[in-house]
Write a protein that binds this ligand. Structure first.
Ligand SMILES: [Mn+2]
Length: 393
């Protein structure tokens, strides 16, 4: 090994995941989703080979519990054999012991950490220290049990829950303080599915899982390629490898046609995106969203190529003050008060606005506005009040 050394860090593969939350009746899509997790890991292996990585570190949750079948372990094992370089694995809370563990061994290039700290050299200037879960609900502070050698670049491989970024499953709990000053240069962590470089001195990294499986796991997913030169991290590159990206776009329909909305969405979603779209605001599109949502869904899907898995409609109809004014209810008296304020001299309107203490400090701003703008502020406020009132009914 030369002066430079590179390794791939990934975690939370959850091979075998079944996407229970996906609301689709499309069987081909469901099957393609199921394959996506393995595809993503296959791409990570491809990248490691193409970029000539010297090692791979996989920080736990290789399998997805009961979804692990002998065939899944066999497939994983074959991928590691294809990879050929040293691979370091620790077990996490989802890696239950199975009766076929021993019958389907990993190839010789793989080192799986035991339930007490272990240390493996990589070349003559680097090492990997690590430890595996001894039980799914591990309560030991595993990270605190690991230390690095001062004369080597040390990678710490552990599946643990740092309290400050926890997603609520506090297995192998620890704090950032447990990881600093331990002689470990790069903490290759797993457990938190959201990608997060918690610190860069030392490096404390959660690469996130490798394929989103629900709307909670949105955005790009993949692995880090880390380059070490002269005993320090000299480059870190996140490489997305997912097949599907889950996204939660929010669209405001106010003053916009379906074509406008589709155009806006096509900037953020595309083929291989699974999206849950939340519609907000008020306008004519509200009616279509409520009476023929399938048409809206189809227009978006056809134009962007995305899988529109869910649509959350939080819109209200367009406020037509003219027709509402004659209803003889609370809304029409609200409109009457609004109209009264609108017809006042602008100075008096500003006085009314500035009765609100937070707004009073912006009196200069209001006084600098044109008469037309001041009056439309009143109209907008009125429409906003009515929209909220109508939505709450
Ligand atoms: Mn996990």
């Amino acid at each position: 090994m030369g002066n430079e050394f590179t390794f791939i860090h990934c975690a939370d593969l959850h091979l075998g995941s079944r996407f229970k939350g996906l609301g689709t009746t499309d069987r081909a899509l469901a099957e393609s989703m199921r394959r996506s997790v393995m595809e993503s890991f296959g791409r990570i292996v491809d990248i490691a080979l193409k970029r000539h990585a010297d090692a791979m570190v996989i920080s736990g949750d290789i399998f997805d519990d009961s979804n692990e079948l002998p065939s899944t372990r066999m497939w994983f094992s074959e991928q590691l054999r294809r990879l050929g370089i040293p691979v370091f694995i620790c077990r996490g809370n989802h890696d239950s012991r199975t009766s076929w563990d021993d019958a389907i061994p990993y190839p010789d290039n793989v080192h799986e950490f035991g339930t007490e700290p272990e240390r493996f050299p990589v070349g003559d200037r680097a090492e990997v220290v690590g430890i595996s879960y001894s039980t799914p609900h591990e309560q030991r502070n595993l990270a605190a049990m690991l230390t690095g050698s001062p004369d080597r670049f040390t990678i710490g491989c552990v599946h643990c829950d740092i309290d400050s970024v926890s997603e609520g499953y506090s297995y192998a709990p620890c704090s950032v303080g447990d990881l600093v000053g331990k002689g470990v240069d790069y903490w290759a962590l797993g457990h938190i599915h959201k990608r997060n470089v918690v610190s860069s001195n030392p490096y404390i990294v959660y690469p996130g899982n490798i394929q989103g499986r629900s709307f909670k796991e949105s955005g790009q997913k993949g692995a880090y390629l880390v380059t070490v030169a002269s005993g320090r991290v000299s480059a870190m590159e996140f490489i997305p490898t997912q097949t599907y990206v889950w996204e939660n776009p929010v669209v405001d329909i106010t003053g916009r046609s379906l074509t406008d909305v589709v155009q806006t969405l096509s900037r953020s979603v595309h083929g291989k995106t699974v999206c849950r779209i939340t519609f907000k605001g008020s306008g004519p599109l509200d009616r279509m969203l409520r009476t023929s949502p399938e048409e809206v869904r189809k227009a978006i899907a056809d134009s962007t190529g995305a899988v529109v898995s869910e649509m959350v409609v939080q819109t209200s109809p367009e406020i037509d003050l003219e027709s509402m004014a004659g209803r003889g209810d609370v809304v029409s008296s609200m409109i009457a008060s609004g109209r009264r304020i609108e017809s006042m001299p602008t100075g008096e309107i500003i006085d009314i606005i500035c009765r609100n203490r937070n707004l009073a400090q912006y009196r200069d701003v209001f006084e600098g506005m044109t008469e037309e703008d001041i009056r439309s502020l009143v109209t907008d406020a009125l429409k906003g009040c009515i929209a909220r009132l109508e939505a709450s009914e």
